[in-house]
Ligand binder design. Structure first.
Ligand code: COA
Length: 174
């Protein structure tokens, strides 16, 4: 059975499932307001639809990402990749210190532990640095699609966003 906590490096960085306390801390540090991004992900996890992973470095939250067990958030992509969870919404802070890599490794371990043979993630076409990292970690670019999402700004106005993106897939059995 997978341990609740994954330890990386010299024990200073760990990845674990998000708690209700983490949601409060994240919202305080990087507010999402009425969008309630952390709360929504946490509730999906509590309902069994995802694993919402957080990275903690020296006791401080340093990143997050959500394994969506049913696959890509966008239905057209999801239908093309059955039994392929998506690691969504990855963010690491500060960047460039191995935190994103640790989160991805932890997501892959969770997926393998659940019996999945592959995992995917979407990367925006204007994010070549992230795409390079994913390629290095064994992900292959598979399908171009439009990642549609929305947010509500401080004035209460809803904005719809369409981001050209690529779905990348890793074979966990290789
Ligand atoms: C993309 C991201 C999650 C990667 O996590 P990370 O902790 O910075 O990555 P690591 O330290 O494990 O690995 C470093 C690699 O990440 C990639 N990278 C992506 N964005 C980076 C950034 N802003 N700074 C440094 N490296 C970045 C590079 O390819 C780098 O490899 P290199 O040394 O060959 O250039 C993180 O940089 C981040 O949160 N960026 C902003 C949000 C974002 O783009 N999320 C991804 C959505 S698909």
């Amino acid at each position: 059975m997978l341990p609740a906590l994954g330890l990386y490096g010299a024990g200073m960085l760990l990845v674990r499932e998000c708690t209700a306390e983490d949601v409060v801390a994240l919202e305080q540090a990087m507010p999402t307001g009425v969008n309630d991004r952390y709360g929504k992900a946490f509730r999906r996890q509590q309902a069994g639809g995802s694993s919402y992973l957080v990275a903690v470095r020296d006791g401080v939250l340093a990143g997050f990402g959500e394994v969506l067990w049913d696959g890509c958030r966008m239905a057209d992509v999801r239908s093309q990749y059955p039994n392929c969870p998506e690691f969504n919404g990855l963010s690491a802070f500060p960047a460039g210190q191995g935190i994103g890599t640790a989160l991805i490794r932890a997501a892959e371990a969770r997926a393998e532990n659940q019996g999945f043979r592959m995992i995917g993630l979407g990367v925006a076409e204007d994010n070549p640095n992230a795409a390079r990292l994913y390629l290095r970690l064994g992900y292959q670019a598979r399908t171009r699609y439009v990642d549609s999402w929305s947010y509500v700004d401080d004035a209460g106005t809803k904005h719809d966003v369409d981001d050209p993106a690529t779905f990348m897939v890793k074979d966990l059995t290789a």
